[in-house]
Design a protein around this ligand. Structure first.
Ligand code: SAH
Length: 367
């Protein structure tokens, strides 16, 4: 049939061969299929792309993250060599802005080796171009596990929301895995596994036993979060995770598709749309902290950036800007609390080795 994306053909082929496909498998294929995956084939960022992220909104974001890292490095005892690791660096903009900002702490700048963890060859090429001439050695990896061990500061902005999410749906008979099938009209459609997931209710918080039929629960594998925790523990370092999501594990569907800055049906145009789901910070923190590190937050992005001094930075940039109103707009986007802004929806969590103390921005919030 005309109009089917190459990946839709592959999804249909697999469903026809093996039966309905779990949501996480569908999401992984759509985003990361080696040939046709959304992230593998394109750079989706920016005003002309499908979505825009905080580092692409303003240089202030990466600069403040850099200064956060320089303070944490001092709290770590200023190790002579430190890995600055970023998971899913997109265009490399945040790292570039961070490295420029930390030039004011030359001992830190010269201690840094950058390690970028990126699966997309297209974005890796983009990162190479962005970071050319940054004055720091940069290595690329496809998994965090490949980065050499040692003192490390890890960043992840809008990384965890792209990791595949599982869904279960409540019926009178229990919680069933949600899957994707080809329906009677030949369309991709949601369905449920015929049998409930064994013992699923016992894995959920007790008050979820009152969830109504039709309720949806989402969860992710803990693999990446645990690896982050292990790194922070081994390297006596720190990690900063920024993403949209909720503070506590809850019921509700957040699996969504975005294309050209608008929401779309996640089952339409497989491989052509960004698929994400909100990050469950409670589950994430539990997995990271289980590796023996201390968690702080999550706090709202607006609060975090304010505490790091974004308003002062904006005021200083405005005095030099050709169009000061652009700075005001970027600031409003990053710390505003309305639905179109990032300040409230986005949360920030830090994880540190217990010897480090409280990282900047989390002074009054305990883990
Ligand atoms: N942090 C960037 C980009 C966010 S988009 C920014 O804020 O602008 C998500 C990024 O994560 C992309 O670079 C994508 O290719 C990468 N990515 C997603 N899943 C990944 C995985 N499992 N391993 C490595 N990189 C991944």
């Amino acid at each position: 049939m005309a109009g089917r994306s190459p990946l839709e053909i592959e999804v249909r082929r697999r469903i026809e061969a093996a039966g309905p496909m779990p949501v996480a498998e569908y999401m992984a294929l759509c985003l990361f299929d080696r040939e046709h995956g959304y992230y593998i084939t394109r750079d989706p960022l920016g005003t002309r792309g499908d979505f825009i992220t905080a580092p692409e909104v303003s240089q202030m974001f990466g600069e403040l993250i850099g200064l956060w890292a320089s303070a944490v490095w001092k709290q770590m005892g200023a190790p002579e060599n430190v890995r600055l690791i970023e998971l899913g660096p997109g265009r490399g903009t945040m790292m570039k802005d961070a490295l420029r900002a930390v030039r004011i702490v030359p001992e830190f700048h010269s201690a840094i080796v950058v390690h970028l963890v990126e699966v997309s060859p297209v974005l890796q090429a983009r990162q190479e171009a962005t970071l050319e001439g940054c004055g720091v050695t940069v290595f690329w990896h496809t998994r965090l596990g490949e980065v050499p061990k040692g003192p490390a500061i890890i960043f992840a902005n809008e990384f965890f929301d792209a990791l595949p999410v599982n869904q279960a749906i409540k019926t009178d008979r229990g919680w069933h895995e949600r899957r994707i099938q080809i329906d009677g009209n030949g369309q991709l459609a949601f369905t449920i596994a015929p049998e409930p997931l064994p013992f699923f209710q016992t894995l959920l918080p007790p008050h979820f036993s009152t969830a109504r039929p039709g309720a949806i629960f989402e969860w992710r594998a803990d693999t990446e979060a645990m690896e982050v925790g292990r790194r922070v523990a081994d390297g006596r370092g720190a990690a900063l995770v920024i993403d949209y999501g909720h503070t506590e594990t809850g019921i509700g569907e957040t699996f969504q598709a975005v294309g050209q800055h608008a929401y779309a049906d996640p089952l339409s145009s497989p491989g052509e749309l960004d698929l994400t789901a909100h990050v469950d910070f409670q589950a994430l923190s539990r997995a990271v902290e289980a590796m023996g590190v201390k968690g702080f937050g999550p706090i709202e992005q607006s609060q975090f950036l304010r505490r790091l001094g974004i308003e002062q930075r904006a005021a200083s940039l405005k005095t030099k800007a050709a169009r000061p109103s652009d700075i005001d707009q970027a600031l409003a986007r990053l710390i505003g609390r309305e639905r179109t802004a990032m300040g409230e929806l986005f949360k920030v969590a830090a994880f540190v080795h217990p010897s480090i103390g409280t990282p900047p921005g989390f002074e009054t919030s305990t883990g």
